[in-house]
Design a protein around this ligand. Structure first.
Ligand code: ZN
Length: 204
């Protein structure tokens, strides 16, 4: 069975085609080449609507869930669109990435799920990735959750502070700790007043 067949089954996106899979030159990673399906227009990342093409950027690597001890990367050259609605040239929106991070959404969700069971450090070690990438994954999933869920009434919150990296660098984690529900609501990279105000802004 071809790897691209498996990917088409579990990680298929309209308008994009898995062209082929190959080993990287050092044989430590599997690289899967993605390209736009012929005739399918790119979506503007600002207004999320199709827009005429402008040009294509250099190929980027998006890290996917590792397989059988190999790192897996999706390789794709993002298109830019000349969007008349937005009145600007913008990079296209791709469904497997949030556009900012180097990890695919699927891999971030995978890491964030493990990070609920293991410590972030253990998660990073288990999947041979860095603590920062686990942090990014959790932050992405928490932010996504905030945008897509209704919070309802929150009676109690708990604030946790963890030290990370060397030196005095702290993360602020805010949990909802009501009866029957404990969930991570927010993560902030600092423990300054400004950072914490970010939490209240996000929560409205
Ligand atoms: Zn637009």
């Amino acid at each position: 069975m071809e790897l691209t067949t498996i990917l088409n089954r579990c990680h298929h996106f309209r308008g994009f085609v898995y062209e082929h899979a190959r080993f990287s030159t050092d044989k430590k990673s599997i690289e899967v080449i993605l390209r736009p399906r012929k005739g399918s227009a790119a979506l503007c990342s600002r207004c999320h609507l199709p827009a005429p093409g402008y040009d294509q950027l250099a190929e980027r690597r998006f890290e996917f869930i590792p397989l059988w001890g190999f790192f897996v990367f999706l390789l794709y050259a993002m298109r830019r669109v000349d969007c008349r609605r937005c009145g600007m040239v913008a990079v296209e929106e791709v469904p497997w990435s949030d556009g900012k991070r180097t990890l695919t959404k699927a891999y971030m969700l995978f890491l964030a799920r493990w990070a609920r069971r293991l410590s972030w450090k253990e998660t990073a070690e288990a999947f041979r990735t860095s603590w920062d990438k686990v942090f990014d994954a959790v932050e992405h999933v928490v932010a996504w959750g905030l945008e897509h869920r209704t919070l309802g009434q929150i009676d109690a919150i708990g604030v946790d502070e963890i030290q990370y990296a060397k030196g005095h660098r702290y993360l602020t984690l805010v949990y909802q700790i009501d009866i029957g529900i404990t969930r991570l609501l927010w993560v902030g990279r600092e423990r300054t007043i400004e950072s914490f105000q970010g939490f209240f802004t996000t929560m409205g």
